[in-house]
Design a binder for this molecule. Structure first.
Ligand SMILES: *Cc1c(COP(=O)(O)O)cnc(C)c1O
Length: 457
């Protein structure tokens, strides 16, 4: 199956509807066809090499081209390509994976429900939260609180939990019983408050919402430790401890969506460990297989699992691919490698401090209103005039232009409105970090020059 770029593009626009894509716009321009990859490097159908600053979609923790993962899949496909976990069956990889997840996650977690994706894991969360409260004799406790600009997936429940208004506008979302509060995004929403004060204020929106709804109606709160798709929103340190205080005070369940933060992105194994919360659920996906196979998991804390198991009878929920043996075999090998190669410890001890030093240099650039980072996350805010935290008038356009310039300079950097974000593979080297930064700076310089000519800065 080898075609040239023009032929791929023609076939693509004739038949393939892409996720999160404006098809009319894409047809005019043509997709970037990625054909192969190695380490942190992508190659497109014209032979261009791109440094993948986004680890695919946040998932390729171990980088591309790991033979061990391919071989784990191959071995499992020959041994047992598929069997399910319905009706009192199971397969060795699914069982082993649940065991390893219980070992790796915080001590309150000893049970995993396996899915094909993060969205499915969050759908499972909605079902289990409501089931839990019904079994506890409080069926009216069915409201789940989440945050505007959070991202929890794209199924009906996932997109409802998420706080992306353009997603809600398509398909009549959110579904009933899901409400949103503000996000801990100081750069945009902090006004004159200092970040720590603002973090407390943002967390106390949860308390206000609980009191508005009536505490006996509220089942759970869900949040990403660091909002990923929302623009790498790193909350002030005051935020999560205050959230924990509030969920404890009102006895509601806490769900940590670790689909991006999990498996080392923050420098800890899980984001909740970095921020010191004690969740009742954790949603996992993405780096759980380094993206080599689709897989998600919902971790369920003992106090919830006990009720579901002791009182629940049959759980009327599951997916054909829950515990898919090939996906689980790849996850097991991926987790073995993350541990054996001490990838997370290396991020924490070596890479993150180096990354932070280099990333913060970007704050000196005339277009950069803020350069924030944590672990191997990085974000910059593009603004017309410093030190004001005002965005460009046509918010979003400048970010897309920056993204295009980065691509031309051989770097994949994502634009969320005018916030530029990166989250490279966790195995990136220092030299590759330097290269990523120099390509980012070159792109920012070119953009700045263009905007000066246009009188926009
Ligand atoms: C990507 C993502 C999801 C959804 O995972 P899918 O595998 O795309 O369904 C859920 N939550 C967060 C935080 C994510 O980043």
């Amino acid at each position: 199956m080898s075609r040239d770029t023009a032929a791929w593009r023609a076939l693509d626009s004739a038949h393939y509807l892409h996720p999160f894509t404006d098809h009319k716009g894409l047809a005019a321009k043509g997709a970037r066809i990625v054909t192969r990859a190695e380490g942190v490097w992508l190659e497109d159908s014209d032979g261009n090499r791109l440094l993948d600053g986004m680890a695919g979609l946040w998932c390729v923790a171990l980088g591309y081209g790991r033979r061990e993962l391919a071989e784990a899949a191959y071995r499992q496909m020959l041994e047992l390509p598929y069997y399910n976990s319905f009706f009192q069956s199971a397969t060795p990889p699914a069982i082993e994976l649940a065991g390893v997840l219980a070992e790796l996650t915080p001590p309150q977690f000893r049970h995993a429900f396996l899915t094909g994706s993060g969205s499915e894991a969050n759908d499972t969360l909605v079902r289990l939260v409501r089931r839990y409260w019904a079994l506890r004799g409080e069926p009216q406790r069915d409201v789940i609180i989440s945050r505007w600009n959070g991202y929890h997936g794209s199924t009906m429940a996932g997109a409802s939990l998420g706080g992306m208004k353009p997603m809600h506008a398509q398909g009549g979302l959110p579904i009933p019983g899901i409400v949103h509060i503000g996000q801990p995004y100081w750069f945009e929403c902090g006004g004159d408050l200092d970040p720590q004060e603002f973090g407390l204020r943002a967390a106390r929106e949860l308390e206000a919402k609980i009191l508005e709804l009536g505490p006996s109606r509220v089942a759970a709160f869900i949040g990403e430790p660091v909002q990923g798709a929302g623009g790498v929103v790193i909350p002030p340190e005051s935020y999560w401890p205050e959230i924990q205080r509030i969920v404890d005070r009102y006895g509601i369940l806490l769900a940590s969506d670790e689909v991006i933060c999990g498996f080392g992105r923050t420098g800890s194994w899980f984001g909740c460990e970095h921020f010191g919360t004690r969740p009742d659920f954790m949603t996992l996906a993405k780096a759980i297989t380094s993206g080599y196979q689709p897989l998600g998991a919902l971790m369920i804390a003992d106090r919830v699992a006990e009720v579901l198991i002791e009182k629940g009878g049959e759980l009327a929920h599951g997916f054909t691919y829950s515990g898919h043996p090939v996906a689980c075999a790849v996850a097991l090998e991926n987790l073995r490698l993350l541990r054996a190669e001490r990838v997370v410890e290396r991020v924490h001890d070596e890479l993150a401090p180096y990354w932070a030093g280099r990333w913060r240099e970007l704050a000196a650039h005339p277009l950069v209103g803020e350069a924030r980072c944590l672990g191997l996350f990085g974000a910059i805010e593009l603004v017309p005039r410093k030190p004001s935290r005002q965005f460009f008038a046509s918010r979003g356009e400048i970010g897309l232009r920056c993204r295009e310039l980065c691509l031309r300079n051989g770097l994949v950097m994502r634009a969320v409105w005018d916030t530029m974000i990166v989250a490279p593979p966790l195995v990136i080297s220092r030299d590759e970090i330097d290269l990523l930064l120099s390509r980012a700076v070159r792109s920012l310089d070119e953009l700045h020059q263009q905007l000066r000519h246009e009188g926009l800065v």
